[in-house]
Structure formats: structure tokens, C-alpha cells
Design a protein around this ligand. Structure first.
Ligand code: GDP
Ligand code: ZN
Length: 301
């Protein structure tokens, strides 16, 4: 489906054979969020039907995009979404219990793809009173890393106005583990939407002939939302071990002061990153995620 923004009147479109063939490294030549050149049988979107669809003649250059690998073995990748203005990494401290390395992986992925990211800490109604220290620890870890955290509750409505302001006029990607409240938040932003209905499960994405996987919703307050089911929707690209620290903004900031270049920030003397961890400027949790990522990288090589 295509839509002429800022209007929202989606109409069907098919690909010209030519672009189908051109893209050989990704399984889908067009992804949600793409801007395209098209030919239409009519100027009026409502006259364009499945029997008489528009034809996509070309895909314009993407500002950014996120991909997932089709399978572990194949080199092919699937473009999840393109031209994203802001990603929202949705987490909650409990139900399901947060896994910081997962969140850090999402953040690194956004940094790699050049997608600005904001953390959404949802379900605060459940633990602000119950576990205030846990919550302030979380805020301190990600505050030091330089990320904005919006505290929300889809239940009480807390933080929803702030989130609405951040999503207004933007193409937004909501990502996060299943159960953290992505669809509840989208519904809170715009009660006329219900992403749970018709959402394609992550399991389904394993199928071979999947074509259009992700959907874009239009918020009544302006802006669009792409809802990605589950964390696995967000595959990590292959990074060289030496590269990973570049995508931890707080490490990047101090790494130029390391005595050695390149520095893996693990065992080298005079490492400015390790020093920053020792003096508390960089949180041990983030550093430990970093170590986990380079360890994993080693395993796959
Ligand atoms: P999704 O899988 O990320 O889309 O998560 P859902 O929106 O389906 O939410 C999962 C569960 O968490 C549902 O039972 C929601 O009612 C609940 N939930 C969502 N947001 C909140 C919240 O802010 N506070 C509380 N207490 N529960 C929430
Ligand atoms: Zn170093």
C-alpha cells in the first residue's frame, strides 16, 4: 500500500519487475517507510484498486533503515523499515523483567543504523512506589549513557502526553520485547488504533514467502508508528570487535584518550574507558553489556 503524505489515503501498488530483480542482497526491495516514485491509473487514491493498482517505478534513497537477517545462515537480509525519524526502545523493569543487555543491543543497533533513539520506560505504575531504588538506578545508568528516558504508564496515562509530543510529525518505530506494552502505548496515544489486531507474530516471520511484514499506523495527533513485534525484529548487524565501542556513545566520548589505538577497552594499559568505569562516569552495567557483545563476536568468528 502507498500513501501520499501528509494525507493518509492508502492505495494498492505493485512493483515493476525491474526493481524486483535489482535488489539481490535484501529479500524485499520496498519496505514500510520507503519513499517511492510511482505511476497511478488515477489522481484520486480511491479510484486505485487491487485490480487496477499503482506501479512502483523506483525507491528513493533511504535516510536510514533497519534490517534483520533472513536466517542465521543466509547472507540475505530483510529491511524492516526505512526513513525512521525516531526509534522508541520500550522496556519495563518488571513484567517482563528487564534484561539490560537486550536493551543495550537495541540501542547499539539504532546507533549503527543512524536512527535516533529514545528509551520508553513503561509500566511505572507497577514499580515507582514498590522499587524506587531499582528505578533510580535504571535512570542513572541510561542518563550517564546520554539517552533520554520517557517514563510512561499506559494504564494511568502518565507520560503519554510527552510521548505524543515526541511522536508528532515523525515516523516512529516502536520496538521492544513482547509484553512490555507497545500496543497499549500506541492505543493510549491514539485510542482508535489497536495494533494487536492483525499483528503478525514473530514466528510467522520465519516463513519464506513473507512480503509485507510491518505496518505503519497513522496517529490522530500526527506522526506515524511502525510497530515491530518482539525484540528479534531488530537484528544486529555484524560488527567488528573494534567497532562496537563506537556505538556506545559514552565510550566513544572518552575513547580518544586511550593510550593505544585501536583499544578494545578490555586489558590495555592506559585505557580511558576502563578508567571512566572505575570513576563511575560509565556505568558498570553498560560496560558489562559491551564486554558481552565483544565476547559473542569472538564466538561467531
Ligand atoms: P506488547 O506485546 O509490547 O504490545 O504489550 P501489550 O501492549 O500487549 O501489553 C502487555 C501486557 O502489559 C498487557 O496485559 C497490558 O495490559 C499490560 N500493560 C501495558 N502497559 C501497561 C502499563 O503501563 N502498566 C501496567 N500495569 N500494565 C501494562
Ligand atoms: Zn580503551
Amino acid at each position: 500500500m502507498l500513501s501520499c503524505l501528509p494525507d493518509w489515503a492508502p492505495f494498492p501498488a505493485v512493483l515493476k519487475g525491474k526493481i524486483r530483480l535489482k535488489s539481490n542482497d535484501s529479500t524485499n526491495p520496498v519496505a514500510v517507510g520507503d519513499r517511492v516514485v510511482f505511476e497511478a491509473p488515477s489522481d484520486n487514491p480511491s479510484d486505485i484498486t487491487l485490480e487496477n493498482p499503482a506501479t512502483i517505478a523506483g525507491v528513493l534513497d533511504r535516510k536510514n533503515y533497519v534490517i534483520r537477517k533472513s536466517t542465521n545462515l543466509s547472507r540475505q537480509s530483510h529491511v524492516i523499515a526505512a526513513n525512521i525519524d525516531m526509534a522508541f526502545a520500550v522496556v519495563t523493569l518488571y513484567f517482563p523483567e528487564i534484561k539490560l543487555p537486550f536493551l543495550d543491543r537495541m540501542l547499539v543497533t539504532c546507533e549503527v543504523y543512524g536512527v535516533p533513539v529514545t528509551i520508553v520506560l513503561n509500566k511505572v505504575d507497577l514499580y515507582r512506589e514498590e522499587a524506587p531504588e531499582y528505578m533510580s538506578d535504571f535512570l542513572s545508568i541510561y542518563g550517564r549513557a546520554g539517552y533520554d528516558v520517557v517514563q510512561t504508564s499506559a494504564w494511568t496515562g502518565e507520560g503519554i502526553d510527552a510521548l505524543r509530543e515526541l511522536t508528532a510529525g515523525r515516523v516512529c518505530l516502536f520496538s521492544g520485547e513482547s509484553g512490555v506494552g507497545k500496543s497499549s502505548l500506541i492505543k493510549a496515544l491514539d485510542p482508535s488504533l489497536d495494533p494487536k489486531v492483525g499483528r503478525i507474530s514473530d514466528v510467522h516471520l520465519q516463513g519464506k514467502h513473507t512480503t509485507s511484514l510491518y505496518e505503519m499506523y497513522r496517529l490522530s495527533s500526527g506522526g506515524c508508528v511502525i510497530d515491530t513485534p518482539g525484540l528479534r525484529g531488530f537484528g544486529l548487524v555484524n560488527l567488528e570487535k573494534e567497532e562496537i565501542a563506537r556505538y556506545f556513545p559514552e565510550m566513544l566520548k572518552v575513547a580518544e584518550n586511550c593510550r593505544f589505538t585501536p583499544c578494545t577497552h578490555t586489558h590495555e594499559p592506559g585505557c580511558a574507558v576502563k578508567e571512566a568505569v572505575e570513576n563511575g562516569e560509565i556505568s558498570p552495567e553498560r560496560y558489562s553489556s559491551y564486554l558481552g557483545m565483544i565476547e559473542e563476536d569472538r564466538k561467531f568468528r
